[in-house]
Design a protein around this ligand. Structure first.
Ligand SMILES: *[C@@H]1O[C@H](CO)[C@@H](O)[C@H](O)[C@H]1NC(C)=O
Ligand SMILES: *[C@@H]1O[C@H](CO)[C@@H](O)[C@H](O)[C@H]1NC(C)=O
Ligand SMILES: *[C@@H]1O[C@H](CO)[C@@H](O)[C@H](O)[C@H]1NC(C)=O
Ligand SMILES: *[C@@H]1O[C@H](CO)[C@@H](O)[C@H](O)[C@H]1NC(C)=O
Ligand SMILES: *[C@@H]1O[C@H](CO)[C@@H](O)[C@H](O)[C@H]1NC(C)=O
Ligand SMILES: *[C@@H]1O[C@H](CO)[C@@H](O)[C@H](O)[C@H]1NC(C)=O
Length: 587
């Protein structure tokens, strides 16, 4: 298409988005069910839609989790190519596991919206972009990532839900991590509300033994305060369920139905489609989309449209031929046939579904370890304020920063321990519900500083600015500084093989440093509505009313960082041309 025609087409699509010509109906929660605006019950009849990224074959990678991803909503041609096949399947929802907020999603989102296909978008990314089940935290870097994705997707009318995690908890001994997932749901929900978004907040769980899956599901949708408030509750519980294998019968689901019979929020199968007794007949869809299961579940997503290798074997319904065309398989045809035969009941009515109850939380026990005291809202401004005052700062000698942060942190904590200190301030314990004041700060994050600042200025049409990257590794710099202070600022103790530098602008005495640090972190356990982008230097992510907001006046944080740090990891010049409202980026 010629540029002018293309621009006109994009503008027309944008206009359609705004005037609501092709708008899909909003889906909302009533009681424990989903309804479209016209009052009809909504069932997720979907398919997982993401090409698999790279997979490291490694004994530690038990679930063959990918180390990279391909954003399926950033390739308009591929979405157009796949639409007829998704329509043949008769799906109304696709689930996407990772997206890149710096890419443009207008074409795919408008293609799918026009076909009444909703999206469920997982906010996490592979590797360091998700709550780490072996060392969980809910920190500024993740909140920032989630916010940037939400900012990019709120303008679309067909985002049904955002998942704050997928299979973070996989065993009873890891259930404490649910506290971080619940905090992520709380902050994501507050952020969506502040943007007037009605998208739902979900979590997708691996299936498991009822002794911990039940309390996990109940915990994520409970109110720790006992006041029937949904502020920390997910809206939508997804279960990745593969219990129905081959030509099973409805009894395959009997236990699961009993477990979820009294659940308070909508629940669905965020993945289904067992591959261990091939071929897949997809006859489970008949059970899932009819009574009695429709009283308990709101549908499900078949796994997976694209080929996907797993520890159990090969999934997938189509392949992309060498000429770029879609080739369907028998698996595709069988699902198409089964999905085509569904007629779920349109009951109960929305009015009889009532409002959602948020019961009190399950008791902690040996198979469910999460405390009802949740971690705080990550406070980017407080962390940046703290980092700028630290006496010994992480200044990496390699561009390959992420690989050295972990080992250096271990080393610094070990040394600090030998000097009589501890790393408690940077750690959290979600079983005891104790979270160190620095526990929600960045482990390691490269910030694009100026773009964050300029992003706020919606009135500018064309911006030309230098990209300035700065490295924030508050936790590591904090521990290095503790060690340095514990050794009376002996210069040899701020070195770490050349990866640390004494901050000459730090307060001159230990007590002055402590007092500045305390004022940066004046209310480390506050919860508040996060603001976007995570407010480098503006101080605008300070807590607000009600929950005892923090009290940082960080208007100087950016200049402090500029003044102090040698840790520039990149410098370049770029240009962004953006139209009003940031809907379209044409370069
Ligand atoms: C997102 O896309 C940009 C532009 O292609 C790329 O530079 C960046 O690495 C991507 N981010 C992730 C997390 O993959
Ligand atoms: C849970 O137990 C498994 C072994 O059964 C172990 O590999 C894993 O590290 C434990 N996880 C946690 C968080 O303790
Ligand atoms: C822990 O509590 C759950 C209910 O919340 C229960 O299903 C489970 O059996 C309990 N575990 C133990 C070891 O008692
Ligand atoms: C970064 O470090 C990892 C692990 O040490 C290594 O596999 C990778 O090749 C390194 N990348 C660069 C660009 O040096
Ligand atoms: C976390 O707290 C629990 C309960 O107080 C305790 O049993 C556990 O040892 C603590 N974990 C760590 C790593 O300190
Ligand atoms: C993940 O690590 C990369 C490389 O160090 C970094 O640029 C990025 O900001 C990190 N992402 C998150 C969410 O921490």
């Amino acid at each position: 298409m010629r540029t002018a025609t293309r621009a006109a087409a994009i503008l027309a699509a944008a206009a359609a988005l705004f005037t609501g010509v092709h708008a899909v109906q909003k889906v909302s929660r009533a009681g424990r069910y989903l309804y479209t605006e016209d009052g009809n019950r909504f069932f997720i009849k979907g398919v997982a839609y993401q090409e698999q990224g790279d997979i490291a074959v490694d004994p530690n990678n038990r679930f063959l989790e990918p180390s990279s991803f391909i954003d399926p909503l950033a390739d308009g041609d591929a979405c157009t190519r796949d639409l007829p096949f998704l329509q043949q399947l008769g799906v109304n929802t696709i689930r996407v596991y990772s997206v890149n907020s710096s890419l443009n999603h207008d074409s795919c989102m408008s293609t799918f919206s026009g076909a009444n296909i909703y999206t469920i978008i997982d906010l996490s990314l592979p590797v360091n972009g998700s709550i780490d089940r072996s060392s969980p935290s809910w920190a500024a870097n993740l909140l920032d990532l989630y916010i940037s994705t939400i900012d990019v997707f709120t303008k679309y009318d067909n985002v049904l839900a955002y998942n704050v995690g997928n299979e973070v908890v996989i065993a009873p001994n890891g259930t404490a991590a649910a506290a971080y997932v619940k905090a992520a749901a709380r902050d994501t929900k507050a952020y969506l509300a502040s943007k007037s978004s009605s998208a739902l907040v979900g979590y997708a769980a691996i299936d498991g033994d009822s002794t911990w899956i039940d309390p996990l599901a109940n915990y994520l949708s409970c109110d720790p305060s006992g006041g029937n408030s949904g502020n920390t509750a997910i809206d939508l519980f997804g279960l990745n369920n593969y219990e129905w294998c081959g030509d099973a019968s409805a009894s395959a689901y009997a236990n699961k139905n009993a477990q979820f019979a009294g659940y308070n929020v909508p629940a669905y199968f965020s993945e289904f489609g067992c591959i261990t007794s091939p071929p897949r007949l997809w006859t489970e869809t008949q059970a899932l989309f009819s009574e009695p299961m429709t009283d308990i579940w709101s549908g499900g997503l078949a796994f997976s449209y694209f080929p996907a290798t797993s520890s159990q074997g090969q999934f997938g319904m189509i392949t992309i031929g060498s000429d770029g065309s879609v080739q369907t398989s028998d698996d595709f045809d069988r699902l198409k046939t089964q999905y085509g035969q569904l007629s779920p009941p349109n009951s109960p009515s929305q009015s009889s579904a009532g409002s959602t109850n948020f019961p009190s939380c399950p008791q902690q026990n040996s198979s469910f370890l999460a405390s009802t005291t949740l971690p705080p809202t990550p406070n980017f401004a407080a962390c940046a304020c703290l980092e700028s005052t630290l006496s010994c700062q992480f200044t990496p000698q390699t561009p390959n920063v992420s690989t050295i942060v972990g080992p250096l942190l271990d080393q610094a904590c070990g040394l600090l321990g030998q000097s009589g200190g501890t790393c408690n301030d940077i750690s959290g314990n979600a079983t005891s519900g104790q979270y160190g004041p620095v526990s929600a700060c960045d482990p390691c994050k490269q910030e694009l500083l100026l773009s964050l600042l300029i992003h706020r200025n919606q009135l500018m049409n064309v911006l030309v600015f230098p990209f300035l990257f700065i490295l924030l590794a508050t936790k590591l710099s904090f521990v290095m500084s503790q060690f340095f202070e514990a050794n009376n600022r002996n210069p040899e103790t701020c070195n770490f093989a050349g990866n640390a530098t004494i901050n000459q602008q730090a307060p001159s005495s230990v007590s002055a440093a402590n007092s500045v640090a305390s004022s940066c972190l004046s209310n480390p356990s506050a919860t508040f509505t996060p603001s976007a982008p995570a407010s480098t230097g503006s101080g605008s992510s300070n807590g607000n009313g009600g929950s005892g907001g923090s009290n940082n006046n960080n208007s100087g944080a950016v200049s402090d960082l500029f003044g102090n740090r040698q840790a520039w990891v990149g410098l370049g010049v770029g240009a962004v041309f953006s139209l009003m409202g940031g809907l379209i980026t044409l370069v």
